[in-house]
Design a protein. Structure first.
Lengths: 345, 349
């Protein structure tokens, strides 16, 4: 499809536009008088229109650069300052910038990894169900249903996490903590479940749609002949999936997981509402008041922060931006490369 | 060819009947209900979990005995894949149920038509009018920026773009869809902090933040729609001597207008519920603020967050606000799907 479009564009003569209207110009010298005028107004219109659309494309790049530039501009004083600069910033409690950011980065990564561990296997299952198990007529509808999850505002996911999920998982956590409490991961649970595990579960639900949608796309691209060859050799449906679909979709699954990771890293409201914050670096998944994510930290402290505090928060935001940008860039790069070399179609 | 091959032994592979899985499912549900009733209490969550486990065990064992290990594995995979899908439906269904259940109590015409002026303590009056107007303002500003910008960029990518610039923009638009909303909020906050000083607060800041989030979504969906327009239509138009820009406006955009409308509405639905960037840029207000360029303004998601944080009777307003928000988002999604279904050009299907 894409090749087709660019091919026709390349076939057209460069200056202004319209091989058609310049052809009309040459014929009109013999006869009609109305055509040259439309040709010249067309040329001006072409130039304006091409300028507008190219300008918009470039503007996107400028906006992205501006995001980085403005954040860097305000964060620079904080990034280069000594530890004593932040002495009067109360939410940093006397720590230097890096000592303050490190636990936040840890909390952000921990919650996202927990979310991925839950969401990726589930997404593979859902994508398989939609692409290979559900009746074909139903498949598109089921895709919409999963996409509806993506449309639900994050603040409502926060409410849901507090009101519905926390009471549901609390007995499970209690059981884990009493029976398996000798493993540090599960030690010391206290109700209510305002811990990083619950936050990770809410995040998992929130990133499920993007991961599922990406994996589903890849699974649907599996060459039909591979599948049919496998089935013709007597494979069961599951064996066909193991032989044809999963190997074909492996890089797609990886990049889908990275897209989900990018979303989970930057998600604010669910963590802000569910998690009771703390600034420790540990793996006590069920204890409240141990972890906090960068995004939730910015949202909770920015409104009352002084000038130095704002700089520090913007610096942490810049770190978040850099990390999510990198994760997304790699994921997209993998997907695009895959689309070119996978041999699909 | 004189020697006939000996006839292959016919492998009698026994298969479970078509109704067998359903029978096993019913059996394991009954078993689970009975077991739960004996040991503890029957809860929906417990019943679901136990039924799923016992069904998986039962169907695998049965299939292994009757059909052999390969088919048993297949049955197990089918059970797990279906379970994964059902698990994904649980959050959606429970979320809608809880929002409707808790939200209906406080949801009324009064709620939609009053603001929070003069509402204190445990007063149950008050509503979200100011927040709804604020949300319309902020989303409107974002749409004013990002719809034209998005459509023109998509036109560039599909109709004009070539080479590295096009590839670069495509990649960065994809990356931009993954920008965390809090970073977009921080960007808008910083821009206005640098240009107008810390005292300036208005709907405009929130609009800028949402525009950053919305533009890539618009570009993506419009681009997809423009690619669906058959090339023959463009070529027919060129052959009639129509200049390229008029071809784009009158043929390409005209053909894909339904798809573009759908894409734009879904993009609006995506940003209308954004909370974090608005929480930090526009804050909250108690009254209707008709001026988009000056003063704090309430928005629906932030209203929900703040009312819930306040607790007590305010939580009822939070749930009613959440219900309002969900209704708006679902309506936008539904109308968008209907538009694309009933107004799509015949050629694109």
């Amino acid at each position: 499809m894409e090749n087709h479009v660019t091919a026709t564009q390349n076939a057209e003569p460069k200056p202004g536009r319209s091989g058609a209207s310049s052809a009309a110009d040459t014929t009109s010298t013999a006869g009609a008088a109305a055509l040259p005028r439309t040709g010249s107004s067309g040329r001006l219109g072409n130039r304006i229109f091409a300028g507008l659309s190219t300008g918009s494309g470039v503007l996107i790049l400028v906006i992205l650069a501006a995001v980085a530039a403005f954040l860097l501009y305000r964060a620079w004083p904080a990034l280069t300052a000594g530890a004593d600069t932040f002495a009067e910033v109360d939410f940093m409690s006397g720590r230097g910038l890096w000592a303050w950011v490190a636990p936040l980065v840890f909390g952000t990564v921990l919650s996202s990894v927990l979310a991925l561990v839950v969401a990726v296997p589930l997404s593979i299952g859902i994508a398989l169900f939609i692409s290979h198990y559900a009746p074909r007529r139903l498949a598109q509808l089921l895709g919409y249903v999963i996409d509806l999850l993506a449309a639900i505002p994050s603040v409502i996911f926060g409410l849901w996490g507090i009101q519905w999920l926390m009471p549901l998982v609390s007995p499970v956590f209690t059981w884990l903590s009493t029976r398996l409490g000798f493993i540090p991961l599960f030690a010391g649970y206290q109700a209510p479940a305002r811990n990083i595990m619950t936050a990770g579960l809410v995040l998992a639900v929130m990133i499920l749609p993007i991961i599922t949608a990406t994996i589903r796309e890849v699974f649907l691209q599996t060459p039909r002949l591979h599948e049919e060859a496998s089935l013709a050799l007597g494979a069961t449906r599951w064996e066909m999936i193991r032989q044809a679909v999963l190997p074909f979709g492996r890089s797609g699954i990886i990049s889908a997981a990275m897209l989900g990771l990018g979303r989970a890293l930057g998600e604010t409201m669910a963590v802000l509402m569910v998690l009771s914050p703390g600034y420790a670096i540990n793996l006590f998944l069920l204890q409240p008041g141990q972890h906090q994510s960068i995004a939730a930290n910015i949202a909770s402290h920015l409104p009352e922060a002084g000038s130095t505090g704002v700089d520090a928060l913007i610096a942490s935001g810049l770190i978040l931006f850099a990390v999510t940008f990198g994760v997304n860039l790699i994921a997209r790069w993998v997907i695009n490369r895959r689309a070119e070399f996978s041999g699909a179609n | 060819m004189s020697v006939l091959a000996p006839p292959l032994p016919v492998r009698r592979s026994r298969k479970l009947a078509r109704w067998a899985p359903y029978a096993v499912l019913a059996g394991s549900a009954a078993f689970s209900a009975g077991l739960l009733a004996l040991l503890t209490t029957v809860t929906i969550a417990g019943l679901f979990a136990l039924t799923a486990v016992s069904y998986a065990v039962a169907i695998t064992t049965l299939s292994r005995v009757v059909e052999g290990p390969r088919w048993a594995k297949d049955r197990l995979a089918t059970a797990l894949v279906t379970l994964a899908f059902l698990l994904a439906l649980i959050p959606l269904v429970s979320l809608l149920a809880i929002v409707v259940g808790d939200g209906l109590g406080g949801f009324s015409w009064d709620f939609l038509s009053t603001d929070m002026v003069g509402v204190f303590g445990s007063m149950t009056s008050g509503g979200a009018l100011h927040a709804i107007i604020g949300t319309v303002y902020v989303t409107g500003i974002a749409s004013l920026v990002s719809i034209p910008l998005g459509i023109f960029t998509a036109i560039y990518l599909v109709e004009y773009g070539q080479g590295r610039l096009k590839r670069g923009i495509t990649l960065l638009v994809d990356v931009m869809t993954g920008i965390p909303s809090i970073v977009a909020g921080l960007f808008a906050y910083t821009v206005f902090l640098v240009l107008f000083g810390p005292a300036y607060k208005s709907a405009l800041i929130g609009g800028v933040a949402l525009a950053v989030l919305m533009t890539p979504v618009v570009i993506r969906s419009v681009e997809e729609m423009l690619r669906l327009v058959p090339n023959e239509l463009r070529e027919a138009s060129y052959a009639l001597g129509v200049p390229k820009w008029l071809t784009v406006v009158k043929v390409v955009l005209r053909t894909s207008v339904a798809g573009i409308t759908t894409g734009v509405m879904i993009a609006i639905a995506r940003v209308i519920g954004e909370t974090a960037p608005l929480l930090m840029t526009v804050g909250i207000a108690q009254n209707v603020n008709w001026d988009a360029f000056d003063g704090r303004i309430a928005t629906l998601p932030v209203f929900v967050y703040r009312q819930y944080a306040q607790g007590g009777v305010a939580a009822d307003r939070a749930w009613a606000g959440a219900l309002t928000l969900i209704i708006i988002v679902m309506l936008l999604n539904l109308i968008a799907r209907l538009v694309s279904r009933y107004f799509a050009p015949k050629g694109a299907r």
